[in-house]
Design a protein around this ligand. Structure first.
Ligand SMILES: Nc1ncnc2c1ncn2[C@@H]1O[C@H](COP(=O)(O)OP(=O)(O)OP(=O)(O)O)[C@@H](O)[C@H]1O
Length: 393
């Protein structure tokens, strides 16, 4: 077996975080499936910059998967040229090429009769790494994707939740430290909360790894959240617009893109901003769980307030109390009502807006340890939407 890829930069498996991806170029790439009239991919030319996440979005059947799978030659192009890091991918041995390209798909595509560890070790094994190095790498990858090696190492895929399977899928794709990662709706089959977590995880990994990632999705919100650039594709993978999420949201190239971006494009821009980037509002009257209700009532009266935010002994927001609850209350631990939605400094403004709408006003923001960090208000979010609209018009 040839295993020259193991000697390539970026395939060392040393886990060094400075590894950077390779640029991918597609030049006039066409795929015609036998017996079909129109090409599935027609004359596509695009450059995918090194170390960036590029998202392919577009309607079902427009050729996203075909485009992706031509990059690792699971599908052979009918014509055109593809280079990866300047190397002509169509001249390489396809097996050798694929060992340098991680591939993660919907429902993870794990081998059911292999344990988690065996699944992750597949490509390093093919590359001829010795057992010790593979074992170390498997541990490192499980850690990286947030799965405890002691718990998950020997499990079989059927013993994992959908989200855990996806994590193993990502770990397997990254195991040989390939410069390029292709992801085909990798989070398509999990519930929205797990999906959000996996997306956050991918962004965290990417900020450390700097791979070139080509990611296919149907979901424009996912594209906006993850993409450094988004390619909006039409029939035959024709590129309708290829730009940053900000630019596409602000100025869709045509009506088709605008339709795909959907209503509320300026609201979607809120997914690009984090709560820590905007000014927080004025503090409400703050109280401690162990303060006496009478003292808090006095503070509220002095400050003309109606609600106090009660913090626990570690400064974490715990409850709201209304001044009228305080007359009869014996302790703040039971007075008023527990908090509903909270947002953190890391949350997107989109999440903050949802919480504000659910709570009907302003919402407490928490810092890294869950401690109270300030309030975010509807006015701040609306002013931000207005500013974004003006900046991009
Ligand atoms: N093996 C094949 N033989 C013939 N036609 C095919 C084959 N595979 C895909 N196609 C056709 O090529 C076109 C593009 O398919 P592709 O799977 O790339 O689209 P897609 O954008 O990824 O779709 P989806 O979002 O639904 O997964 C479709 O019209 C599809 O029917």
């Amino acid at each position: 077996m040839e295993n020259t890829a193991a000697a390539e930069p970026g395939a060392t498996g040393e886990g060094d975080s400075a590894v950077s991806g390779a640029e991918i170029q597609l030049e006039n790439v066409t795929k015609r499936y036998p017996g079909t009239r129109e090409p599935a991919v027609g004359d596509v030319t695009m450059t995918i910059p090194a170390g960036k996440i590029v998202i392919l979005v577009g309607p079902s059947g427009c050729g996203k998967t075909t485009t992706l799978r031509m990059i690792n030659r699971l599908i052979e192009p009918t014509s055109g040229r593809i280079t990866i890091g300047g190397e002509d991918a169509l001249r390489l041995n396809p097996d050798q090429l694929r060992r340098k390209i991680g591939y993660a798909i919907q429902q993870a595509g794990l081998f059911p009769h292999f344990t988690v560890a065996q699944n992750i070790g597949v490509v390093p094994g093919l590359l001829g790494w010795d057992r010790k190095r593979i074992a170390d790498r498997v541990e490192e990858m499980l850690d990286l994707v947030g799965l405890d090696p002691k718990v998950f190492h020997d499990r079989y895929p059927r013993q994992l939740s959908g989200g855990q399977q996806q994590r193993v899928g990502v770990a397997r794709a990254l195991a040989a430290d390939p410069p390029v990662l292709l992801m085909d709706e990798p989070f398509g089959a999990v519930d929205p909360i797990t999906r959000g977590n996996l997306q956050d995880e991918l962004l965290r990994l990417q900020s450390a790894l700097g791979k070139t990632i080509v990611f296919v999705t149907h979901d424009f919100d996912e594209a906006v959240k993850l993409g450094d650039k988004i390619a909006v594709l039409g029939t035959g993978s024709s590129i309708l617009q290829y730009d940053t999420p900000e630019a596409i949201l602000a100025n869709p190239a045509d009506d088709t893109v605008a339709g795909f971006v959907g209503a509320g494009a300026s609201l979607k821009q809120l997914t690009l901003l984090r709560v820590r980037e905007v000014e927080l509002g004025e503090d409400p009257v703050l109280a401690r769980l162990d303060e006496s209700p009478a003292d808090v009532r006095r503070k509220l009266t002095e400050r003309n307030g109606t609600y106090a935010l009660v913090l626990d002994n570690r400064d974490r927001p715990a409850r709201w109390v209304h001044i009228r609850d305080l007359g009869s209350a014996s302790s703040l631990a039971t007075a008023g009502k527990p908090l509903g939605d909270l947002v953190s400094l890391q949350s997107t403004l989109q999440d903050a807006l949802e919480a504000i709408l659910a709570e009907g006003g302003s919402v407490p923001v928490t810092g890294p340890r869950g401690e109270y960090a300030g309030m975010i208000e509807l006015d701040t979010v609306m002013a931000t939407v207005q500013r974004l609209r003006e900046e991009h018009s």
